[in-house]
Design a protein around this ligand. Structure first.
Ligand SMILES: [Zn+2]
Length: 418
């Protein structure tokens, strides 16, 4: 912590100026517990720095960087984050640790179906698997390797591990079944490792049951690298505490929450030279527990994210997280798992329409609609409209083949596409 502070003070004006304004000096951080003296950083701090210091911002610092990845910018422009060689090596090692904890070994064949782009997950997955001695099949997303080819590759080259977003891995299951393949007999897959989208337990169960594999959730981002991993217990994400500090703070006062209580997740990357995050508020709601884990690892666990503060919607005064809809769709085998929420304002009233896609035309639409609306009301407390689209229509309109990760909300109250 002390060396991170001093290195950053010397090389990164973005932090130095903030800390000075906060009344801190170059030698004010002397131990780990001094971390609470540092101000909390938010997404908008990076955004305003980018606007003032285009194109990369002053938060990168003057280190010799070898690559840049960027956040997907769901709330505006993509935010670039530099990596030095040492940053990248550490992230690759942590990614390798993640895969090892999930059972990936030398000799595994790991097909990466994440987008290779400014987005980081495809690359860290590739580096981590190579370090373990697995054979990487860098197929990329459907934009570069169409889904039917992905499915043939998975089957013919005998992939044992698939790394991708939960929604795309479920889409590949649909595609494979349409091609007449048997998901459990025609494939050698045994592990799925997922990130980039929140994976609900419903989505996990669906991936595991359909593909006959163990599906692991991981929590990370472009800004942080590979801070956590799920182990075989599938009960929270172990924090790589040798590389990151995670804090849970009260969401209103930003002071430490009581141990085990929910709060906002604030993260510090200890190893990063270029563009470190230091007390960065991820705006995710969760808790940290230090109960012993069944796997024997002693790194504490971050519990499943209860919701992104930025993803919480308020409709007619009722707060809800879109993921609640996903749990409902799980119980409707007539529907695929994709959905979109359209939020409109009619007069003074907000109205939510859930767009879903039928698996086949041969279903009684009226009775399906009625049952779905009832289940949605029970799960969210909101009365919602539903639109049952014919097979293929929503899949096309959501661009499942090309997208980096799923976007679920179309908030038309201000005509803003989230
Ligand atoms: Zn564990």
């Amino acid at each position: 912590m002390v060396s991170l502070y001093q290195r950053t003070w010397t090389h990164i004006p973005f932090y130095r100026e903030r800390w000075r304004e906060h009344g801190l000096r170059a030698d004010d951080i002397r131990s780990l517990s001094d971390i609470s003296k540092l101000p909390i950083l938010s997404k908008s701090d990076f955004e305003s720095d980018l606007a003032e210091h285009p194109p990369f911002g002053s938060y990168q610092g003057n280190f010799p960087a070898i690559r840049v990845q960027a956040s997907s910018g769901s709330s505006g422009h993509p935010k670039p984050f530099f990596q030095t060689r040492s940053d990248w090596d550490t992230i690759a090692n942590l990614s390798s640790r993640r895969f090892h904890a999930q059972g990936v070994r030398a000799g595994d064949i790991l097909q990466v179906v994440f987008t290779y782009s400014l987005f980081i997950a495809g690359f860290t997955g590739t580096e981590g698997a190579m370090k373990l001695g697995a054979l990487v099949v860098p197929a990329g997303s459907g934009a570069v390797t169409p889904s039917e080819r992905q499915v043939r590759l998975l089957s013919e080259w005998g992939a044992t591990v698939i790394a991708g977003t939960p929604s795309y891995v479920l889409h590949l299951a649909d595609v494979a079944e349409r091609m007449g393949m048997d998901l459990q007999r025609d494939f050698k897959l045994r592990i799925g490792t997922h990130t980039a989208e929140p994976m609900t337990e419903a989505a996990r169960r669906s991936i595991e049951a359909r593909w006959g594999i163990k599906a692991y959730d991981n929590f990370g981002s472009v800004e942080t690298g590979a801070p956590t991993f799920e182990c075989a217990e599938q009960n929270g994400y172990h924090i790589n505490e040798d590389a990151y500090i995670f804090e849970i703070l009260d969401r209103d006062t930003l002071t430490p929450a009581r141990p085990g209580d929910d709060g906002v997740v604030v993260v510090t990357s200890l190893f990063k030279e270029a563009a470190p995050v230091i007390r960065y508020n991820l705006e995710d709601i969760s808790a940290i527990i230090d109960d012993p884990c069944g796997c024997g690892r002693t790194f504490r666990r971050l519990m499943k994210i209860k919701g992104r503060a930025s993803e919480m919607l308020k409709v007619r005064g009722v707060p809800f997280y879109p993921a609640a809809v996903e749990g409902v769709l799980e119980s409707f085998p007539e529907l695929i798992r994709e959905y979109r929420l359209v939020i409109d304002r009619h007069g003074q009233q907000d109205r939510v329409t859930v767009q879903v896609e039928r698996r086949s035309d041969a279903v009684d639409k009226n009775s399906l609609r009625e049952r779905l609306q009832r289940a949605l009301k029970v799960a969210t407390g909101l009365t919602m409209d539903t639109e049952l689209l014919p097979p293929g229509e929503l899949t096309r309109s959501l661009k499942i083949e090309e997208r980096i990760k799923a976007t679920r909300i179309w908030d038309r109250r201000g005509e803003k596409n989230v």
